[in-house]
Design a protein around this ligand. Structure first.
Ligand SMILES: Nc1ncnc2c1ncn2[C@@H]1O[C@H](COP(=O)(O)OP(=O)(O)O)[C@@H](O)[C@H]1O
Ligand SMILES: [Mg+2]
Length: 513
């Protein structure tokens, strides 16, 4: 199938999400649609899939102008999209999820002969190298498997164009390889695929062509034989960037084995699981001036571990020792006083108070510190001064310090949260996905700050779903799976495929459970 999108524009309020963008998808072609966060990639494909209506522009399918008003219309043209958040039904099996909706209704679904459908799906699984357990309930399956189910669902409905939105986000490196192999199988069978990503490196060997968006505009296209990650990143960002060499420049290497004093020690922490994933017997030690990375597919207890270390949740077992002191019974306030700092994941919920001013947000958690209050009164001059310093240092785009933080853009809110965490000399920084959703410029800045903190002797626990980023800056990496640590590696033994196996629950030298 051939699809052409012509001169598409789309505005959301103030934001021109797409400005006159055109792109073509050939029959059996794999197109990489790349751009930084917010470039308009998802919006463009949501329009093709009928989820959004373009303000302007045309869609031409197999040479004929086509009006796609809804996903139903898109599907009738054999166009399918798999979003970042899957829409499967947890209590149904894989098999049921795949055939659901392709029959005339639920009643029918109960009575029909599943064996007939099963055979067809097994055939598709073989053809496209997409293995899944057909009789398992979907809610028990990992993200990588759920994604394969979504894809099989599309193939089962004879998809001719499959759009995958940031498909590698929650996958282990091995699962990513498998996915891309399947995509190549689809191509062999004449299916067209659009791979949306902001990480060009992962798809560079798979795609036939990349289309680059920047701030809603089409920057250009690169044919297969001219694609290099450096070139594409430069087009995405609008300038040359090389995060790796920039950061390696400032990472002071350390002789293997030459270790500094232990700052934080976690001994056998377990939780009830009421807060999400149950932590099971977690032990680790973080030393002075060390970045202790935590890897894992999102949702395997990383968040619960950070929040437990911060004192937000109380473990049922285990101890937290900081600088030789047992802080197991200390509350969040006390831990902040002792030097703990937290960059939480959800900036709008945990990280900032949108209706409070930028100044108030900058000192959130430090209100009772003597720098900022006397006799119970807040010292607004000092607070505002700190906020102005933060604006300058972190290049926070804000008109003044009194603006309500909820009015700032996501990237700028993140800068406020980071500025706060680093405001008063931290002893231990817990950074939970500190660069998620940021553009390369802001990412580089934050990673640089984290590395510089490390160099100055601060201990850092950093969670990231971006394994490349984590391997770049960390001194050690622990891999989490279902609330447990599968293994801890130090820098000299970092290995992507080893870490990938642990992310899938396979311990070094054996199978975890
Ligand atoms: N439903 C929506 N309502 C308002 N703004 C939106 C909506 N969807 C996307 N946007 C905005 O449009 C721009 C492009 O977003 P998106 O297409 O999601 O980018 P990408 O997928 O490249 O990261 C962003 O500024 C985003 O905030
Ligand atoms: Mg997107």
């Amino acid at each position: 199938m051939e699809v052409e999108m012509k001169e598409i524009s789309k505005r959301f309020g103030e934001v021109q999400a797409l400005d006159n963008v055109s792109m073509k998808i050939g029959s059996g072609e794999i197109v990489g649609l790349v751009g930084e966060n917010g470039a308009g990639k998802t919006t463009l494909m949501n329009i093709l899939y009928g989820l959004y209506k373009a303000d302007k522009g045309r869609i031409i399918v197999n040479g004929r102008e086509t009006n796609i008003q809804s996903p139903k219309d898109a599907i009738s043209h054999k166009i399918f999209m798999v979003h970042q958040h899957f829409k499967l039904i947890g209590n149904f099996t894989s098999l049921e999820n795949i055939i659901l909706g392709s029959t005339s209704g639920r009643e029918d679904f109960k009575r029909m002969n599943l064996q007939v459908y099963r055979k067809r799906i097994e055939e598709l699984m073989r053809e496209h190298k997409l293995e899944i357990p057909l009789d398992e309930k979907v809610k028990n399956l990992p993200a990588g498997t759920q994604q394969r189910i979504e894809i099989l669902k599309a193939l089962y409905r004879m998809a001719e164009l499959l759009i995958l939105d940031e498909p590698t986000t929650n996958l282990t490196p091995q699962e990513t390889d498998e996915l891309l192999r399947s995509v190549l199988e689809m191509k062999k069978r004449g299916i067209s695929v659009v791979l949306i990503t902001h990480k060009i490196r992962e798809i560079v060997e798979t795609v036939d062509r990349v289309v680059v968006l920047r701030k809603g505009k089409l920057v250009g296209e690169v044919p297969k034989n001219e694609i290099t990650p450096e070139k594409v990143v430069e087009m995405m960002v609008g300038r040359k960037v090389d995060l790796e060499s920039e950061l390696s420049n400032i990472i002071v290497p350390r002789a293997p084995g030459a270790e500094e004093a232990e700052i934080l020690r976690i001994e056998g922490i377990s939780t009830t699981g009421d807060e999400g994933i149950k932590l099971k017997d977690i032990s680790l030690a973080v030393r002075r001036g060390e970045i202790f990375g935590i890897a894992g597919v999102s949702g395997n207890g990383q968040k619960e571990l950070c929040e437990t270390i911060m004192g937000i949740h109380r473990p049922i077992k285990g101890r937290i020792i900081y600088n030789g002191k047992d802080l197991s019974e200390a509350d969040v306030k006390e831990r902040i006083k002792q030097g703990f700092r937290f960059i939480p994941e959800d900036r709008m919920i945990d990280g900032s108070l949108p209706t409070m001013t930028l100044s108030e947000n900058i000192i959130l958690g430090f209100q009772n510190f003597e720098q900022f209050q006397r006799h119970g009164l807040l010292l607004y001059e000092k607070i505002n001064e700190s906020a102005r310093k933060a604006i300058a240092e972190y290049e926070i785009r804000a008109p003044n310090v009194k603006i309500r933080v909820g009015k700032l853009s996501g990237g700028n809110i993140q800068k406020v949260v980071v500025a706060r965490a680093l405001l008063l000399e931290p002893g231990l920084l817990i950074a939970y996905n500190p660069t998620r959703g940021l553009d390369i410029g802001a990412t580089e800045k934050i990673l640089r700050q984290i590395v510089e903190l490390r160099n100055s002797g601060v201990s850092i626990i950093m969670v990231s779903e971006d394994l490349d980023e984590l391997m770049l800056v960390s001194d050690k990496i622990a891999v989490m799976y279902k609330g447990e640590i599968m293994g801890i590696l130090s820098k000299e033994s970092f290995d992507k495929s080893k870490i990938g196996l642990m992310m899938a629950g396979i311990r070094e030298g054996g199978i975890g459970k």
